[in-house]
Ligand binder design. Structure first.
Ligand SMILES: O=C(O)CCC(=O)C(=O)O
Ligand SMILES: [Fe+2]
Length: 244
């Protein structure tokens, strides 16, 4: 028997029209206290237990390295791969971080963590879709979802999130890292068409960042000298119809 899990509740004190006005000004917004503190804490605790994969690119190819593969490679080879990716950051589009593909795991029936199933259902619920569509003036029908973990030296270079056929209406980053500061790096930075930085979002616990796409942005490198992890749930709110 499957027991239906109840969705998390979006903070009832959020004022939709105030948030919509703020979003209209810059097509991006940070919404603090998105879920309850206890929900956010339970999600973070669950994320800390995941088997994160190391993701990076080389010569236009995406690599997804599972913990067992990292063990098989051993620390010397793994560090060579990581350091080479860090070097390539200066000359080409490059990324290096850890992830866990929540939406893919849901689709394949392999997600076993109730808290994450609940989170995925919550973000795809009528209540959240209606709320975020009102704030962004969009017509999104669903969202995809991955968890990301940026550790010391990890980054995601400039890109605009525009992918033909994906029908992305706006991107979201639900931050779960407590006590993050700008000095740690890992900021979500936005750029204009001249590559001038126009805005930077510092991750904050239980805060949902949303922004219209395409727009040029990056996650700046996390400093090398930290044990802290920048943990988030991210993805895009999308439509099914490829013509819209
Ligand atoms: O984690 C973030 O702040 C943004 C992530 C992002 O830009 C992406 O996954 O495309
Ligand atoms: Fe992005």
């Amino acid at each position: 028997m499957t027991v239906a899990v109840e969705n998390f509740e979006v903070n009832p004190e959020l004022n939709t029209s105030l948030l919509a006005n703020a979003f209209k000004k810059s097509s991006r917004l940070q919404i603090p206290d998105f879920l309850s503190q206890s929900a956010a804490k339970s999600i973070l605790e669950c994320l800390k237990t995941l088997d994160w994969r190391l993701v990076l690119n080389e010569n236009g190819k995406h690599f997804d390295i599972h913990p067992a593969q990292i063990d098989a490679l051993g620390p010397t080879k793994t560090n060579l791969i990581i350091n080479a990716a860090k070097q390539r950051r200066h000359s080409q589009f490059q990324y290096l971080y850890k992830n866990y593909p929540i939406a893919d795991m849901v689709s394949s029936g392999n997600l076993s963590e109730d808290v994450l199933i609940r989170l995925y259902e919550t973000f795809n619920s009528e209540a959240v879709l209606r709320f975020l569509n009102q704030v962004t003036c969009a017509d999104a029908e669903f969202c995809d979802m991955q968890a990301t973990n940026f550790q010391a030296g990890h980054f995601l270079n400039h890109h605009d999130d525009g992918v033909i056929g994906k029908n992305r209406k706006f991107a979201y980053v639900y931050s779960l890292t407590p006590e993050w500061t700008a000095e740690l790096g890992g900021q979500l930075e936005f750029f204009d068409s001249n590559r001038k930085m126009t805005d930077a979002f510092v991750p904050a616990f239980n805060t949902l960042s949303i922004f219209s796409v395409p727009v040029m942005h990056q996650v700046s490198p996390v400093i090398e000298d930290t044990q802290k992890e920048r943990i988030s749930i991210t993805g895009w709110f999308r439509t099914h119809n490829s013509l819209s």
